[in-house]
Design a protein around this ligand. Structure first.
Ligand SMILES: [Zn+2]
Length: 205
């Protein structure tokens, strides 16, 4: 099995790209979760909900109909921060494995015209929040990245020694605070035990 990248990523350094967010073993099989980062956090404006919603419908439909990959697609859905999407695939994969699939999907979305799939009040929970022109722009922008990705578009930014040290100090501080809370809880418990034993004595006398 390929190595799992650290879950602690520095979002301030994150570029647009295709990253492995995590790998989970479910029923003896690996599920790869990809981070499809379409906007740089805190540097680019996040996508609008209307754009993301359109892309969710179009890309999910495309992936589920792709001849090579449809049987491996578990889930495609938006990130709450509106800077990208998650794609869950059955199998142990690296970003380069799925780049051709994503190229096809985002090329399709960037050229899309016609009826957005599943865009009715029966099929969708908020079918009025759809912005196709904006979705086409976002898809075209991401497609340009997919056709010529750099290393930093495929690997999370490495954590520096300084960041590690900062994280370690934060952890030590939190550990101390937790110990303090535990001690206080124990003291309170002991006090209340003393009180109740006194009460029992009082009742006895
Ligand atoms: Zn919808």
């Amino acid at each position: 099995m390929k190595t799992i990248p650290s879950f602690e990523i520095n979002h301030l350094k994150l570029k647009k790209g295709v990253y492995v967010s995590r790998k989970d073993v479910v029923g003896g099989e690996v599920i790869t979760t990809f981070d499809l980062r379409m906007k740089r956090p805190y540097k680019d404006a996040p996508m609008t909900t209307g754009s993301m919603h359109v892309l969710e419908h179009i890309i999910a439909t495309y992936l589920r109909n792709d001849k090579m990959w449809s049987h491996r697609i578990i889930y495609f859905g938006p990130m709450g921060c509106r800077t990208g999407f998650y794609l869950l695939i059955r199998g142990d994969y690296a970003p380069m494995d799925i780049i051709p699939l994503l190229e096809r999907a985002f090329d399709y979305a960037s050229d899309f015209n016609g009826d957005i799939p599943g865009c009715t009040t029966i099929e969708c929970g908020n079918c009025y929040d759809m912005d196709l022109p904006e979705a086409i722009n976002d898809a075209a922008d991401y497609y340009n990245l997919l056709i010529a990705p750099k290393k930093y578009n495929l690997e999370y930014p490495p954590i520096t020694e300084e960041e590690k040290e900062k994280a370690r100090k934060k952890y030590e501080k939190e550990k101390k605070q937790q110990l303090k809370i535990l001690k206080e809880m124990r003291r309170e418990l002991e006090n209340s035990n003393e009180d109740s034993s006194k009460e029992t004595e009082d009742v006895d006398s």
